[in-house]
Design a protein around this ligand. Sequence first.
Ligand SMILES: [Cu+2]
Length: 674
Amino acid sequence: MPVHAHDTPDQPGHNPALIPVTIANGTEPRHPLDPLTAAEIERAREILVDAGLLGETARVPMLLPDEPTKDELAAWVPGTPFDRRVDVTVMDTATGAVTEAIVSVTRGEVVSATEIDPSAAPYGQPQYLFEEYERAADIVKNSPEWRAAMTRRGLEDRIDLAFCSPLAPGFVGRENEVGRRVIRSLTFLRDSEDDIPWAHPVEGLIVHVDLVANTVIGIEDEEDVPVPAGSGKYTPDAVGPARTTLKPVEITQPEGPSFAVKGSLVEWENWSLRVDFNAREGLVLHDVRFDDRPVLTRASVPEMVVPYGDTSNTRFWISYFDAGEYLLGKNANHLELGCDCLGVIKYFDGYVADDHGHAVKIPNVVCMHEEDYGILWKHTEPSSVGAHVRRSRRLVVSYFSTIGNYDYGFYWYFYLDGSIQLEAKATGIVFVGGGIPGSTNAHAPEIAPGVFAPVHQHLFSARLDVAIDGEDNRLVEIDAARIPMGDANPFGNAFTWTETTLRTESEAQREADTSAARVWEVRSASKTNYIGKPTAYHLIPQPTALLMADPASSVAARAAFATKHLWGTAYDHEERWPAGRYPNAHQGGAGLPAYTEDDRSIDGEDLVLWHTFGLTHIPRPEDWPIMPVDYAGFWFKPYGFLDVNPAMDVPESSQAHQIADGGCGRGTACTCGH
Ligand SMILES: [Cu+2]
């Protein structure tokens, strides 16, 4: 949902982190993969205006870098100029017409401009503008239909403070909606300007708005249950005095961090990578290497879907695509020192386009720091060798995005042992409806009196352009396998493993299997390690349900990526979006189902993995009023990529200032090992 919880009805739908940029920020891109600068975004806008493609009523739903192709990148000589291009979706708000333009800011020209028709099947509307949330709320609040419904419910004196939350409509096939730019509005009450609206849903009141005609095209007003009155406030004035029992934890790095940053290039221990940020995917990593050997060419989480499992008219259509409909990057947070990240922090600013295509800055949008992560390796030999312990350290590169009531963090971790982990964090306010206190709803547990939180999922799609020792890779499914008792397993204890090479895009559509400890191995097709086996990494999924919706449902077609844990495709520069470029009001089939239609070979090719992971929420009282962070993700670990444990040379920790209360004596410095 696109509206920030603190917004008043007069100013919904903005990201408070966005700061207008009036002058070029002076930073020149130094590498073709550097993020867009403010000057480049402004220049792209000028070029479009000069070309007559961005007139008075035109807006910019999405502006992204048009990244260099792999051929361009390979041909580029460092220190020489390169062509910087911007990919802009322009929408005429007066007509709903959409143009996709590629603009070269280096050459000062429009490279291509293609009109697309969102009113024709398979449809698909560009991302919502922030101004549309405000417009939708105004249309609803000024409509006689909505005012009559509020009056019928005896809520006429709550109209001024009511909060009309505009939400992407899904695709439900109604004749007056198909092919149009529609938003649905649910109503929430507030006791005051600073009240949290999400706690006070007006159940069963749904208004459908056409954002081009700027009219209400339908209203449903069908239930009459009390609006939950309990507070959803979470600020200290509402929660009461903070506890005083927690003593401070100070993270100090007296000699500074162990990483080095040159522009977008980050080097930390054996790792190197480039940090990038755009309006849709948020954080993007390029050219991830260990010991200067390629591991990932590009990694991001370009899509996610939040489908609701509720049959009510209020919510059956809810299936938010937070990246493709709302833009995770445009809604990203300004991170704060000591709150979001601890230690010695390197922040990266981000630049995105506002509704008019002007550059806006999100300060400190990406946070990078090191974390102690417990034990890296340890052994105690009951002899003179004694105990040896090394502490684990990880490099954390992260950002957070707020999409309406929910907040998502995306944390990439790089470990000393060559492992990569991605962790998505979901927090914020669960989406609730109203009901009769004490009643039972098969699709929504009651989590506070009269507050019913529908079951839902958060399913993410990570896109991993893998490159294990180069682009020629091979995908192999590894299962632990039981052996029937008999000649091959005389004692019954034996088990083995199976290796199944997935050679085509259809073979590479797979589900995880915890009963077989299933992992997916990405092998170099040409490089071997010192025992003669292909160098490889394992994609290790975490147990997670796939899309719970029926395969015949609308959301199953629209979020087809979420029906498999793994998709493997042959690399194509254009194939970036798991649910297509415009999942909003799209009838389905875009993205991965379309990408894999030709069933290309992926055997020894430039391989891209798309991994679905996520959370299935049956909400609980403890998720109220703010849900503690829930985690989902995966690991990508070396498997024969390295000859031995690459972290044997990590020195013993000497945290001389650590104070022990046990064996070393209270107040005495304690050293590790021996
Ligand atoms: Cu949830």
